[in-house]
Design a protein around this ligand. Structure first.
Ligand SMILES: [Zn+2]
Length: 69
């Protein structure tokens, strides 16, 4: 389970309540509030995590998996 791109909670511990697909990739969220925030402006959150990536094992796997995209 990944991190929430909006509030950056580690969902491996919290559990995910919602998910959203954007440009063929699935993102997970702690709540529907975070999901709605992401869907309103996905680029903002994706840019933010690209600039300040969460330092989790999940993030490293995610970067590797999405490098070709
Ligand atoms: Zn959240």
């Amino acid at each position: 389970m990944p991190s929430d791109p909006v509030c950056r909670i580690d969902l491996e511990e919290q559990g995910a309540m919602a998910s959203s697909e954007y440009q063929g990739k699935v993102y997970w969220f702690c709540t529907h509030t975070c999901k709605e925030a992401f869907e309103e402006d996905p680029e903002r959150y994706l840019k933010d995590i690209a600039i300040r990536p969460p330092k989790t094992a999940w993030w490293k796997r995610f970067r590797r998996a999405n490098r070709a995209a």
